[in-house]
Design a protein around this ligand. Structure first.
Ligand SMILES: Nc1ncnc2c1ncn2[C@@H]1O[C@H](COP(=O)(O)OP(=O)(O)OP(=O)(O)O)[C@@H](O)[C@H]1O
Ligand SMILES: [Mg+2]
Length: 282
């Protein structure tokens, strides 16, 4: 049985002064660039709606500037949307007060960043345990959990090493272990592998897929790489200029691209990947 975990409805984020001007009738049919030149406002998200099931890996894909990071920042309320709702576990997180927001960030959601965001002067285990440390968990307990998470991401025995002794791929595994250590219900990953070289990147995708089979977290994974999107995603939302222009399973997107923009992406997908997907779908 599928169970909805995150429901985003009619979400808008408009950067600039008096953002509500974009809701006036005269702007409803104008493009993002027209709005930008006429009102000096940036429509980073434009009426975005989608839902993510429990345990699903939901990918948001789009070119630079399409609004992907703005969307994940809204999901953690690092930025407040201009309009719309984000319902997680039947509560609209937009309406949370400071206390509810703090609890939400502590217990429900964890984020993995593109630049890993590790503390360079601390060893691996203290980095992996960082989220637990700021929650006030005692050293022994937090190290025990962190070690378990390091094992899970294939870093057994590296706990005492310094961060700068690790390769990029290993550092990002520490970032993933740190996020998992707080046992979040939802993992947000904003281009977690894009700082890595292509070979490592492909390996990390595979590892993430294997890990996900074990942990079944609800994941929102951001990427600008369609090959990556189809290999990790259960479903993919393709964004352009702040709007979702297609949403579907990898096969749906490859077989029936919604428009030329999408087919330009899908043409670049390797035939090996398509064979793999077809095998998976039986
Ligand atoms: N704080 C801000 N103030 C003004 N404009 C912003 C702000 N943050 C983002 N934008 C604009 O919103 C749009 C979407 O940006 P966003 O960072 O969400 O894109 P992205 O899809 O994550 O791109 P990338 O792939 O480069 O990370 C861009 O035009 C950007 O310039
Ligand atoms: Mg971004």
């Amino acid at each position: 049985m599928k169970e909805t975990h995150i429901e985003v409805k009619n979400l808008w984020k408009v950067f600039g002064k008096n953002p509500n001007q974009v809701f006036e009738d005269s702007y409803s049919t104008k493009s993002r660039s027209e709005i930008q030149s006429e009102l000096n406002l940036i429509t980073a998200l434009r009426d975005v709606s989608f839902s993510v099931d429990k345990g699903e890996t939901f990918v948001v894909m789009g070119l630079s500037g399409s609004g992907k990071s703005t969307l994940v920042r809204c999901l953690t309320r690092l930025i407040d949307p201009t309009a719309g709702s984000i319902v997680i576990d039947n509560k609209d997180i937009i309406k949370y007060d400071q206390n509810e927001l703090r609890d939400f960030r502590r217990s429900k959601i964890a984020m993995v960043f593109q630049q890993f965001g590790l503390l360079p002067h601390r060893n691996v285990i203290d980095n992996a345990a960082f989220g637990l440390e700021i929650r006030g968990i005692k050293k022994d307990s937090r190290h025990a959990i962190a070690e378990e998470m390091l094992n899970l991401v294939g870093l057994d025995g590296w706990g005492e090493s310094r961060i700068d002794e690790l390769s990029g791929g290993m550092q990002q595994r520490v970032g993933i272990a740190r996020a998992l250590a707080v046992n979040p219900e939802i993992m947000l990953m904003d281009e977690p592998f894009s700082g890595l070289d292509p070979l490592i990147r492909r390996q990390m995708r595979k590892e993430l897929t294997t890990l996900q089979e074990e942990i079944h977290k609800t994941m929102v994974f951001i990427t600008h790489d369609l090959d990556e999107a189809v290999s990790v995603g259960d479903r993919i939302a393709i964004m352009r200029d702040g709007e979702i222009i297609q949403l579907g399973t990898p096969m749906e997107i490859i077989n029936t691209p919604a428009n030329d923009f999408v087919s330009e992406f899908t043409e670049g997908i390797s035939s090996n990947r398509i064979d793999e997907l077809q095998a998976l779908e039986g």
